[in-house]
Ligand binder design. Structure first.
Ligand code: EPU
Length: 301
């Protein structure tokens, strides 16, 4: 059964289809069990045909960005995991804006806009991940969120049909967006302003330096674990509770920023999840605050 599906999928795409692909290879946390079928699509037509195939076989199908902000459980993912390559990584600059494929690296887009003298995108400097992932999470920094510079987004609906929506017709919130259920983002257009490249580059350098000082950027982690509670900082609360350095297995609360959990070696998702539960319990008891997850937890136990 598995081999037949892999073969049929291989008929739809050019890049090699991988069976039982460990998700620890595809997440910045380096944690996660295997995906049944790991499929890289390079064009919208390949994407649509894989979606239609998944529907016909009743296989679950999800899209992976660069694997940041994600915790995949140890049992892995059933069905198809799509990775967006080829034309999904395109970046095109215009006089007053940029168009980027959802699979493009956000950091590359930030850099290209700065070099071209287009200002606005630099508010996102330092955020890991892809353009698509950043849109779904409404990623942001203290300087703003991706929704602030967005003009429109094109995507493929869960039945394979294409659609484009303007910014004003998409609802965004703190680390949250509401795209139609099951849709896959294809590309987005952003509105930017002319500015001297050196000025933009300076802002980026400052943001990256600040991030490097305050966050464990070169460790294996998914980014901030919890959303900030209204008016406060999850990192501050966790530090105040004396939890920095707390460990379960190879999962450790960062000593640099307490809203990060680092994978020190071969951490399992179950270790990370029990550390997360410990933090939530402690913060609720001490401060009466219920911390909400920012990192998306998916897959089977
Ligand atoms: N703080 C502590 N101890 C810590 C961490 C932070 O006391 O261990 C204090 C800091 O001293 C500061 C306050 O908490 O007074 C806020 O900390 P910081 O400026 O580092 O920002 P943050 O609120 O913790 C948010 C975003 C980050 C984003 C930064 C910078 C969330 C959950 N976090 O962090 O986003 O990089 O601002 O813009 O919204 C992410 O989304 O994955 C993420 C890391």
């Amino acid at each position: 059964m598995g081999a037949a599906i892999a073969e049929e999928l291989q008929g739809l795409v050019k890049r090699p289809v991988r069976v039982n692909e460990p998700m620890s290879r595809h997440t910045t946390f380096r944690v996660g069990g295997p995906a049944d079928y790991f499929v890289e699509v390079e064009s919208v037509s390949q994407l649509s045909s894989v979606i239609r195939y998944a529907i016909s076989r009743n296989l679950p199908c999800m899209t992976l960005g660069s694997g940041s902000n994600l915790l995949v459980r140890d049992g892995g993912l059933r069905g198809i995991v799509l990775s967006l390559a080829g034309e999904f990584k395109n970046i095109q600059l215009t006089r007053l804006g940029a168009r980027a494929g959802s699979g493009a690296r956000l950091s590359l887009l930030v850099k290209k806009c700065a070099e071209a003298g287009l200002s606005g995108m630099e508010i996102l400097a330092g955020i890991p991940g892809t353009v698509g992932g950043a849109l779904i999470m409404n990623a942001g920094t203290r300087l703003g969120e991706i929704k602030d510079i967005l003009e429109n987004v094109s995507f493929v609906l869960s039945d394979g049909r294409p659609k484009t929506l303007n910014r004003k017709d998409i609802s965004f919130d703190y680390r949250k967006s509401l795209f139609p259920e099951g849709s896959i983002l294809v590309e987005a257009a952003f509105g930017l302003k002319p500015q001297a490249p050196s000025v933009i580059m300076n802002r980026i350098r400052q943001a990256l330096q600040r991030r490097e000082k305050t966050q464990p950027v070169s460790e294996r982690n998914p980014g901030c674990i919890f959303k900030n509670p209204p008016g406060d900082s999850a990192g501050r609360l966790i530090e105040q509770a004396g939890l920095k350095g707390r460990r379960v297995g190879a999962a450790e609360i960062s000593r640099v920023h307490a809203n990060f959990i680092n994978n020190l070696g071969r951490a399992r998702a179950r270790d990370v999840l029990s550390l997360i539960e410990e933090i939530r319990r402690e913060i609720l008891q001490r401060f009466g605050v219920r911390l909400e997850m920012e990192v998306k937890v998916i897959g089977e136990p």
